[in-house]
Design a protein around this ligand. Structure first.
Ligand code: G2I
Length: 457
């Protein structure tokens, strides 16, 4: 079964991290519940979402990272990012066999420095194909698509929380059919083939199917995607999540049965993500409804808006985002933040204490190499750690985390996990001798990772 090839505990690890992190910040002092709207309510989208065990993210255009007004809002408000265009097929493989990871890597670096989770978008899609791929068909195209999936997922292994493996593969309208495309014409199994290749290349990433116009539970397209996911789950095709783009722009509206759609997909045993949210004219009610619906469905893991300021939007004339073109918060921003702060939070947890700053480890046992910990940036709900290995160029380092803390993302190494999800073995993967990871505190702000061993070879 394809699912058996996945690293143990991956999905559970993330789920636990997100859900338990909801406890952080709920209690100001032991036993004193902070009511919504009180002085300690979170003041940014990401921090508030984290208190609900979720992320709040945005699409990022890498070229705008040079714009300090943009980056200030990004770093302040969001704890998840999706590359708006830089990880699409035409961007990553402009000529066959020639990969260009520069801009995608830049986004991952930025996310890493800020402790943000990264959604990869997108491995296989009928659109934004480079010219060489557009001209292909049949087995040649199938193999080129699978090679792209494998190469890209391998390159970003350990750095991507969720991949949009396949994007927009169903037709609009009442047919419930697959969208016609060169990929579809390679055979109906192209989608599952892409998911299997992605799982093999990065067993630790959650794998999503992503589409638009699958928001209304009554739509034929929604039902068709639902049946595909159900079939994949029944047959053991490795799928972990469904992304609802939720572009309520260009004429489609927030549907009153949106929560039914989210919970129906979730009931199939997949997580749901709102991946590209924007709403024409940014009405507060619709934004609030989306947040409330996500918080009401335990498997709704987070919300990503498709851009920061209206001027950054692919539909800027509709002013669909949470910040105006001057970077000021719009009424919809306040509606979203309030809805997040009012959302239900799991009832247990410890009060937060100021995060420690000292070096967390005792010297680890060495077997041909030495691993040295450098504490990284600390946020309210999480912190970064980097580990530098000396004495060997290939190595494996065993790192133990104190539960309920959980590692939520890693970089520059290939991680595997024990069955508890709390012990990570990080192996060198050719990215140098320093690897790193982000740890969710989940209510324990004092524990720090322990290096158990460093083994050369
Ligand atoms: O179309 C909205 C979104 C629908 N779901 C999938 C998303 O990937 C898609 O995003 C949009 C980007 O927001 C646009 O920025 O995808 C478009 C097509 O890939 C993006 O537009 C492209 C233009 O078509 C190119 O001409 C342009 O070079 O943006 C590129 C970079 O600005």
């Amino acid at each position: 079964m394809a699912n058996s090839s996945r690293a143990p505990g991956r999905s559970r690890r993330l789920r636990t991290a997100l859900v338990v992190s909801a406890a952080v910040g709920l209690l100001a002092t032991a036993g004193a519940v902070v009511l919504p709207g009180s002085a300690s309510a979170a003041s940014t989208l990401g921090a508030s979402a984290a208190e609900r065990g979720r992320y709040f993210g945005t699409a990022v255009a890498v070229s705008r990272l040079n714009d300090s007004a943009y980056t200030t809002i990004l770093n302040r408000e969001f704890n998840q990012v999706t590359a708006e265009n830089e990880m699409k097929i035409d961007a990553l493989q402009p000529n066959q066999g020639q990969f260009n990871y520069g801009n995608g890597d830049r986004l991952v670096q930025h996310a890493r420095s800020q402790g943000m989770l990264v959604r990869g978008h997108t491995l296989a899609w009928h659109a934004q194909q480079p010219g060489w791929m557009q001209n292909m068909s049949g087995t040649t195209l199938r193999n080129a698509m699978l090679n792209h999936v494998t190469q890209v997922a391998t390159h970003y292994r350990g750095q991507i929380e969720w991949w949009d493996v396949v994007n927009e593969a169903f037709a609009d309208g009442s047919s419930g059919a697959r969208r016609d495309s060169n990929l579809q014409r390679t055979g109906n199994d192209w989608i599952e083939a892409a998911f299997r290749a992605a799982r093999q290349a990065d067993p630790n990433a959650d794998l999503c199917y992503n589409d638009y116009n699958i928001d209304n539970w009554n739509d034929a397209k929604t039902q068709a995607v639902y049946r595909m996911v159900q079939d994949f789950k029944n047959r053991g095709v490795p799928i972990d999540c469904v992304g609802l783009q939720s572009h309520f722009t260009g004429g489609s509206n927030y549907p009153s049965n949106y929560r039914t759609t989210l919970s129906s997909f979730a009931a199939l045993g997949v997580d749901v993500h709102i991946t590209e949210l924007d709403i024409r004219n940014a009405p507060s009610d619709a934004y609030r409804n989306v947040v409330n619906d996500c918080i009401a469905v335990a498997r709704c893991k987070g919300i990503t808006v498709w851009g920061i300021r209206d001027s950054d939007s692919w539909r800027s004339s509709e002013s669909p985002l949470l910040f105006n073109s001057s970077g000021q918060k719009k009424p919809a921003y306040d509606a979203v933040l309030t809805a997040l702060n009012n959302g239900t939070t799991p009832p247990t947890g410890n009060p937060t204490t100021p995060p420690p700053t000292g070096n967390p480890t005792t010297p680890p046992p060495s077997s041909g190499c030495t691993a040295t910990v450098t504490p990284g940036q600390v946020w309210g709900d999480r912190y970064n750690t980097s580990v530098t290995v000396s004495g060997a160029s290939t190595w494996s380092v065993v790192v133990a985390i104190t539960a309920p803390q959980k590692i939520s993302s890693t970089w520059s190494g290939s991680p595997t996990w024990d069955s508890s999800g709390n012990v990570m073995t990080m192996r060198s993967n050719g990215s140098g001798n320093t690897f790193g990871f982000t740890t969710m505190m989940n209510g324990n702000s004092s524990a720090r990772p322990q290096i158990r061993s460093c083994t050369a070879g």
